[in-house]
Write a protein that binds this ligand. Structure first.
Ligand SMILES: [Zn+2]
Length: 152
């Protein structure tokens, strides 16, 4: 593509946008939806749960409901097949997440160290809940509740 052709294409695009600005509406909707889904879940919570760690029994229950498999899944890859050894606060305890089964996921050491204390995005939580419907026992809620009444 020559420079002259590129400039004329740019001028035509600008002219189109100036004449019909509503043409950008779908782009604005997509940007808005993506920014909401990719933003951190929940808001700032200054109080911390008085209990820091999950008990051995809670970790064991979490491992079993996850099928003894790490719950991490990259966007474009399948679920991690490593054996979980750690119960992770989905919403970090240090940022107000509860030490409760509804806020626990099982991770392998690699994925737990990668996640560290980062706050998951709404998209991360929605995808986790969706995956859990496939492997959680029928009588166990797949929903993440990082503090009482908190929706992702
Ligand atoms: Zn893993």
């Amino acid at each position: 593509m020559s420079t002259e052709h590129a400039l004329s294409l740019l001028a035509a695009t600008i002219s189109l946008i100036v004449d019909r600005p509503w043409i950008l509406l779908p782009v604005a909707v997509v940007v808005l939806v993506c920014s909401v889904l990719d933003s951190p879940a929940g808001g700032a919570c200054p109080s911390r749960d008085s209990r820091r760690a999950f008990t051995a029994a809670e970790r064991r229950e979490a491992f079993e409901r996850a099928g003894l498999q790490c719950e991490h899944k990259s966007i474009l890859w399948r679920r991690c097949t490593n054996t979980p050894t750690q119960g992770d606060h989905i919403y970090p305890w240090s940022k107000g997440g509860r030490t409760a089964m509804s806020n626990q996921q099982t991770l392998c050491p690699f994925h737990n160290s990668r996640k560290s204390g980062s706050v998951p995005t709404r998209m991360y939580i929605l995808r986790l809940q969706q995956r859990r419907r496939r492997y959680f026992p029928d009588d166990t809620s797949p929903l993440v509740e990082w503090r009482p009444g908190a929706a992702p």
